[in-house]
Unconditional design. Sequence first.
Lengths: 173, 165
Amino acid sequence: MTLPTTLMIALIAATLAPAQTPLPSATGATAPANPRVRHIIGLETVERNAGGLLSVQDGALEFKSGKAGNKVPVSAIDDIFIGTETTQGGGKTGRVIKTAAMAAPYESGKALTILMRTKVDILTVSFHDAGGALHGAIFALPIGQAEPLRAQLIQAGAHASPADKPVNGGSRP
Amino acid sequence: MKRRGVFILVAAGWLLAAPGILPAQTPAKPKLSASAIQVAMVEAGDVQIPAEFRFAVYERLVQRIGASGAFHKVYRSGDRAADGLPDLVTLHTKVEAFQEGSQTKRELTTVLGATKVDVSASVTARDGRVLLDQKITGRVRFFGENLGVTNDLAKRITKLVKEAF
């Protein structure tokens, strides 16, 4: 078998393979208390794309990333939206591997795109600061973990539109 | 006779090329002036666009316009500190079309799976006068996740605002 044929077979097999995402539990019981999340944008004291822990405690949504952190009082939250996105897994290491794979012959590095795809939940928290200014913090969480966190925030007293009501297509639970 | 022919040829060539060589005769637009800008939340209207895209565009606009240095102060939507400012302008962004693509398709084919957002960006004065109004498109065509379109869009809107102020 020639090399291009082998690579073609590998590519087709990878296409047929399911995305490497765990199935969300029906009860949500497997969701860890503090999921490891990526801060996409919105918290002023935390860098973009910083990884950290997101939790609800003492009446606030807290994001901790190393020494940096940010707390949003639950009473300041105006709405919570959930979305999903298929993106590249592996974090920074994944990006380095994919960049290196570009040099692979016969564009075989593209197979990595399929192998490394992962589905994430996107949690958007709309809140206002003490001066009334609107903020929107966006986080990427492991699939199936945004809904329990949203429920926790609502239980703690955060405002949120009903989950089944689409707000400009934003809430996709 | 031969010299005359050459002269006519050169003159004709010059006349044809002149519009491209000479600067346009339109006077430069005077720059607008304002010390502060308030960024309004991105409106979706009837367009179905996920909330994370609207909030990401809003957040990136606040960051980019602040970093551009075009204004002394950039206020967020709802900020009470902006209430009393006389020369405050407001940036409005309204989504007109949204097409969500796929990162996987983009990276595999390079021609399919583009994510695209069309918006109308306008700047209004305190009295409601429209100072600037333009349609802008943000795209992510090749590498990067779909939310990357918000960065492209914010970059283009910031450039437009910076050129006007």
